[in-house]
Write a protein that binds this ligand. Structure first.
Ligand SMILES: [Mg+2]
Length: 171
């Protein structure tokens, strides 16, 4: 009965059900926000070892993963790691970002093209913002299952939840 009384007392001032339901999502999905492996930045990832273990390709988030936000060039100190990654995985690399390549914020694909030119890595075009959406565009690009791919990103509730929901190895 206390619940009914509480709801009546709060009236319409706040949306109790709305708050409870978003908290439930947060709690239910919390385990998905933990990456399989946590590293400081991509320089701590052993690309050759991952390749040896059978992984076929690498998908990078953009902002705060390989670039400074709002820039379309690689963050300098990561240059060597990206080169090592390219020498191991060849062309089986891609960027999957909520800024460059997302139709909503990059409707003509100009950011995606500029980034591709600057870093030499394909930027996947997609319509649904992470963490929603499936791995369809990514699997099509790589020609393999997401479980054979590595998703590298900085945001637990965006990149990591997306990666874990869709079966990637997450960093
Ligand atoms: Mg990011």
């Amino acid at each position: 009965m206390w619940w009914v009384d509480l709801k009546a007392a709060l009236g319409q001032r706040i949306n109790v059900e709305g708050i409870v339901s978003s908290m439930a999502v947060l709690v239910k999905e919390q385990h998905l926000a933990l990456p399989h492996v946590a590293v400081r930045d991509i320089r701590y990832i052993d690309w050759a070892e991952l390749h040896k273990r059978g992984f076929k390709g690498v998908v990078f988030d953009k902002d705060n993963t390989i670039t400074v936000p709002y820039t379309l060039t690689l963050w300098g100190p990561l240059g060597l790691s990206i080169e090592q990654c390219k020498s191991v995985f060849g062309n089986d690399l891609a960027v999957f970002s909520n800024s460059a390549g997302l139709y909503e914020y990059d409707h003509d694909g100009s950011k995606a093209r500029a980034l591709e030119k600057a870093i030499g890595i394909k930027v996947i075009r997609h319509r649904v913002k992470k963490p929603a959406g499936t791995a369809e565009e990514i699997e099509k690009h790589f020609g393999c299952k997401s479980s054979e791919l590595i998703m590298v990103g900085d945001r637990p509730f965006t990149d990591v939840v997306y990666g874990n929901r869709n079966g990637f190895l997450t960093y």
